[in-house]
Design a protein around this ligand. Sequence first.
Ligand code: AMP
Ligand code: ZN
Length: 488
Amino acid sequence: METSAPLTLFNSLTRRTEPFQPVHAGEARVYTCGPTVYNYPHIGNMRAYVFADVLGRTLSFKGYKLTHVINITDVGHLTDDADAGEDKMERMAAAQKQSIWDVAEHYKQAYWADIRALNIRQPAQWTVATDYVPQMIQFAEGIAAKHCYELESGLYFDVSTVADYGLLARAQTEDGEGRIEAVEGKRNAADFAIWRKTPAGETRQMEWDSPWGKGAPGWHLECSVMSGAVLGFPFDIHTGGIDHREIHHPNEIAQNQAHCCTNGLDDAANSGAKIWMHNNFLVERSGKMSKSSGEFLRLQLLIDKGYHPLAYRLMCLQAHYRSELEFSWEGLGAALTRLKRLVMAVEQLKARIPAGEGVPTKPGRVFAPHLERFTAAVSDDLNTSVALTVLEEAAALKKVDPAEKLAALEAMDAVLGLDLLNMARADLRLCPKSATITEAEIEATLAARKEARAAKDFARSDALRDELAAKGVEVMDGDPLGWEWKLG
Ligand code: AMP
Ligand code: ZN
């Protein structure tokens, strides 16, 4: 939908909110740093992809032809972002006594299940790091002479060979906080491996031949190569969580500058992407957002406890992506209730549209001010919390044609992605996996209870209610939100 407000986005590189001016007229090319598939993603990780999805949906809504790429890292990401430690994939494979390929496949599938559950649109392409190793070697060869040096452990990028190294980072200190100890012989603390040689006498599960010997690519190299290969330098927007603003993305930028400069593509200031965007963290007080904590928060845990995953999506949308968001079960419950109100409003509208009459493709004129405000909100650096409120205001508008209202809600939901038109309120019932009673049994008992009440047999009605209560089902008579029942 073409609308008036221009899209402005916060660029971490310039530290300003800037109007979006595409590199290729009418197009938007976006690269999102994807997961390292050595473990399940936690819900904080998934916030990064909800954010990238809202960005992509907004670009589509504004009429740009979107090409979105998300990568899957299945090699090269060390336990410490700054070159120290072991390869996360290798460590997990050893711990689970499985091949790295099996580990990668298992966790990639788990990640994709979360992507689907959160109604995140499929990108144009998922790029898998191990599919691009020849291109990575080629890229490294192209910049090696001018920008790199070899040590026993690998090929290192000399950050002093590019202008303004680390411009993007905020927290970086002069000495790189101990990064120099990790590898002996580094010229600068912030220098990083772009190729890690397999130590003499060892064999790695994943290793490739290269001009620097057998080994594996560095994690930063992977994203430079995959983004450039699929989207071309410069492309429009590169996204990731704010932790990537400190090391991973500055290193990608340094490589991109070296590559573009060496290959005569552009001047040394070509950072690969024009806009670098970062979502802030989801935090949880007791530390369950860390994958090393053992019992970290996965989307599946929320689902097992009975919460619809889109309640978590709505929770993310309530905060601005650049603000920290604190997770709590109460907050998730409140988001679920908010989602339920919207789903019920849509259900009521659908019921008022005569059978056979489809939803008009255009929202009624009466909704023009809402759409204008909605567009202004999402165009203002993706202000989803305001956009959500505008959607609710439109849903609450009285004495309007139901089909036209539904079309207005559908247009807004195309950006927010709450799947409002396809959900039923029954989908949002709190129904934990641990419940010993099925939904069908609850519904049958409730139907019997309704009959008893209609026949004024209150003793039987109360007995049925008690029977449900004994099985952990709370019957919510007169609940204004019409929850009907809740498993508690
Ligand atoms: P990883 O699989 O560790 O590379 O992380 C995947 C994505 O999640 C990256 O963009 C991270 O920056 C992001 N991320 C990690 N932790 C959090 C968190 N607690 N909240 C939001 N984003 C996060
Ligand atoms: Zn990356």
